[in-house]
Design a binder for this molecule. Structure first.
Ligand code: PGA
Length: 259
């Protein structure tokens, strides 16, 4: 099963995960990072620059999980823009080594295959950051997504568009389609790190970690992964049945194991 790490707040989660990313990059300067967007990974990105100060990041590669289809890449809420603003620039990564799925309408029919090829050519993702949607999605794999799915175009649920409306002027401005790594793509990453904060995520987190493995709750796919870590604050952990056991386990974890 996934290892569940319950921390006091989002800043503490950001620190724990940023420590792990910094450890990875120090030991493997050409590490491939799987990058997420949305509010959830922000504390991780905020904690990283100080931890990577003085570390050579020129060979680090990055692959974003997803992108909106048909949104101008220069739009401030395109995931290309978000990744540039929140990750590439603050960390000083080489923009040529950071990829985001191409959501342009022109060529969208082969954009998924192109992205899969780029991921394979890069040797796969070493550490994949994940948020979780209130409907249980990871990436933009909405309920019903195949566990074998690869990068492809998906239709966003109304709930996801409403959840993301805060980044746009209105829900009507949120694109209806996206291109997202599939669950099969995500499961190939060598280490999955899923974060979630707030009571609004508690039900989805409990279902993902303790519920049945089902395409109806795409994040439950992480139960199939040999190295998955879930880092949550107390509110997002509040529906977990075995919270006390997870706390006990983490408190007694040998230091040499890392995350
Ligand atoms: P959020 O989104 O981080 O903005 O809450 C998570 C997700 O949809 O994966």
């Amino acid at each position: 099963m996934a290892e569940i790490v319950i921390v006091a707040d989002a800043a503490a989660a950001g620190a724990v995960v940023a420590d792990e990313i910094a450890r990875l990059v120090r030991s493997q300067p050409d590490a491939v990072l799987g990058l997420a967007t949305g509010s959830t990974p922000v504390p991780v990105y905020a904690a990283l620059p100080s931890r990577l100060a003085g570390v050579d990041v020129s060979r680090v590669r990055g692959f974003a999980l997803d992108e909106y289809v048909g949104l101008d890449p220069d739009h401030p809420e395109s995931y290309r823009s978000v990744i540039t603003r929140e990750v590439v620039e603050p960390l000083g990564l080489d923009p040529e080594r950071v990829s985001v799925p191409d959501g342009s309408l022109n060529g969208i029919e082969h954009a998924g295959d192109d992205y899969e090829r780029a991921l394979v050519d890069a040797g796969g993702v070493d550490l994949q950051l994940l948020g979780i949607g209130t409907d249980g999605h990871i990436g933009f794999n909405e309920p019903g997504s195949s566990f074998a799915s690869l990068t492809r175009v998906k239709t966003l649920t109304r709930q996801t568009r409403e959840d993301n409306a805060r980044f746009f002027d209105s829900v009507e401005d949120v694109p209806r389609h996206c291109i997202t790594q599939g669950l099969g793509t995500i499961l190939r990453a060598r280490h999955l790190v899923l974060l979630a904060f707030g009571k609004g995520k508690a039900e989805a987190v409990a279902a993902a970690v303790e519920g049945p493995v089902t395409a109806s709750l795409p994040a439950s796919a992480i139960q199939l992964h040999p190295h998955a870590t879930v880092v949550v604050d107390e509110a997002a952990a509040s529906d977990l049945r075995f919270g006390d056991y997870y706390r006990y386990t983490f408190a007694n974890k040998p230091a040499w194991q890392g995350l």
